[in-house]
Write a protein that binds this ligand. Structure first.
Ligand code: NAD
Ligand code: ZN
Length: 355
């Protein structure tokens, strides 16, 4: 799959095994930035990387900061052939965000190859070119657009993900399928068992179709000014859930909950059929497992987190809502506090009724 971008067109390679890692390890003049945990698990495939070219990062939000980015830049000054310096990174969204930033600012941009190792990064964030760093208490405050030159996706990596990180990625996969309309919804209903069982062929197909779906939005609006905003479906609620719970709930899971909430608002407004809403929440509940009661957090904190979301354009609450027509999402600017409260209560009741 080729992604067309204003920066450069770049290719997504779908890999069936880890052999490509050996070849990648021989990239000349490269610095290899690898998630420490991934390096430990897949060491045998990284044997050929020279020790002096290896930079391991512990994938935590505390490390997704400018200091880590600067340390990588500094280490890369040791590469003698500066004009040919190349960055190869391997890991999830945290590694992607840090290394995309470095690749963009070092020498005003260097070639970058990214190997996503989480389902979330593979099915969603690896294309689209967003890079982000946290600063003090502000998540993703600093950022740029800079896509990689090449991507290698290998579903074999998903076998070692924790249940929590695997389900987080599935949240985004389910999101793309629900957004795609009846065909996508039916497809995810039919395959959710195989996906939960981590069937690699099935995961490969769904990662590919998720990226194809996202490609349709980012290619027409790379810089998030119009059509791409629709990909933010469920994210205003999701980001608020992440914020109020102090990131206890991972991104894709928060988005899955956000989808149930957004669809509740849309259904009450008469924008979305009950049948689609019921079928969607049934499949979403299969990928949501949380130990937190959202109603324990004051509603005001929830609303204030929604207001601070960087996609907000006015003092009114904006959200992207689904309609009955595939891909025809609506950006509404008048979400009421009462609607948020109702949607949150609705999710809580639904979640506890099935638990
Ligand atoms: N740039 C974007 O467009 C974008 C979009 C969404 C999210 N994000 C960012 O991505 C981050 C979340 O990323 P994520 O969920 O992909 O994962 P992550 O990078 O946060 O990693 C989650 C955990 O999984 C581990 N891990 C990674 N690969 C593994 C593997 N194959 N086997 C076992 N463990 C593995 C990591 O060490 C870590 O403990 C957040 O910081 C979020 O802000 C960025
Ligand atoms: Zn997301």
């Amino acid at each position: 799959m080729i992604i067309h971008s204003k920066f450069k067109d770049y290719e997504v390679h779908m890999e069936s095994n880890f052999d490509f890692l050996r070849e990648l390890s021989q990239t000349p003049n490269a610095e290899f930035v690898i998630d420490e945990k991934v390096y430990g698990l897949y060491k045998t495939y990284f044997k050929e990387i020279p020790e002096e070219r290896l930079f391991l990062v512990e994938a935590t939000e505390e490390h997704k900061v400018i200091e880590t980015a600067l340390a990588i830049c500094e280490k890369m000054t040791e590469i003698p052939a500066k004009r040919n310096a190349h960055l190869v990174s391997v890991g999830g969204g945290i590694i992607q965000d840090i290394t995309g930033f470095v690749a963009n600012v070092l020498y005003r941009g260097i070639p970058w190859t990214f190997v996503p190792t989480t389902l979330l990064a593979s099915c969603d964030s690896c294309i689209g070119g967003k890079t982000s760093l946290n600063y003090k208490k502000y998540k993703n405050l600093l950022g740029t657009f800079y896509p990689p030159d090449a991507l290698h996706i290998c579903p074999g990596f998903f076998q070692t993900l924790s249940e929590r990180d695997f389900e987080s990625g599935l949240g985004e996969v389910v999101k793309f399928n629900i957004m795609a309309g009846e065909h996508g919804l039916k497809n995810i209903e039919d395959n959710i068992d195989r996906l939960l069982a981590r069937d690699e062929d099935c995961l490969k197909q769904f990662v590919y179709s998720s990226l194809e779906f996202k490609k349709g939005f980012i290619e027409v609006d790379e810089f998030d000014r119009g059509e791409r905003i629709k990909l933010n479906f469920a994210h205003t609620f999701g980001h608020a859930i992440e914020t109020v719970t102090g990131y206890e709930i991972p991104h894709g899971t928060a988005v899955a909950i956000g989808m149930i909430m957004a669809n509740r608002v849309a259904e009450r407004r008469g924008m979305l059929d009950s049948e689609i809403a019921r079928r969607s929440e049934k499949v979403l509940l299969r990928v949501i497992h949380i130990g937190i009661d959202l109603n324990e957090y004051p509603l005001e904190r929830f609303i204030s987190a929604m207001r601070k979301d960087k996609k907000q354009t006015s003092e009114h609450l904006t959200a992207v809502l689904m309609t009955n027509v595939a891909k025809d999402l609506k950006i509404v600017h008048d979400v009421q506090i009462e609607e948020v409260a109702d949607a949150r209560d609705y999710f809580e009741q639904l979640y506890h009724a099935q638990a």
